[in-house]
Design a protein around this ligand. Structure first.
Ligand code: ZN
Length: 91
């Protein structure tokens, strides 16, 4: 699993997590893909292709994240794409 999400500062959708389609739920959907989740045909799931009409991960999304997360074991973070700074350790 690897990937990254690029944010467009000109995104016309409203910021925040107040409504489906706001930038926050869209970001959660895209981060779900980065974590290895695909689309599901289930309203109420943020991994539904159009976001499922929700503002947060639903039970099925969380089950999917659980399966690709801890149960799948540790992963090695890929290098940052060229031109992007890698995070610095705190301290
Ligand atoms: Zn998607």
């Amino acid at each position: 699993m690897s990937g990254y999400v690029a944010m467009n500062v000109r995104d016309p959708n409203p910021p925040g997590f107040g409504a489906p389609g706001d930038q926050g739920p869209v970001l959660l959907h895209e981060l779900g893909h980065v974590m290895g989740l695909g689309h599901v045909d289930r309203p109420g799931a943020i991994m539904e292709p159009s976001g499922g009409g929700v503002t947060d991960f639903g039970p099925g999304d969380l089950e999917g994240l659980r399966r690709v997360g801890r149960e799948a074991g540790c992963v090695v973070a890929p290098p940052a794409p060229a031109g992007l700074a890698a995070p610095r350790p705190a301290g």
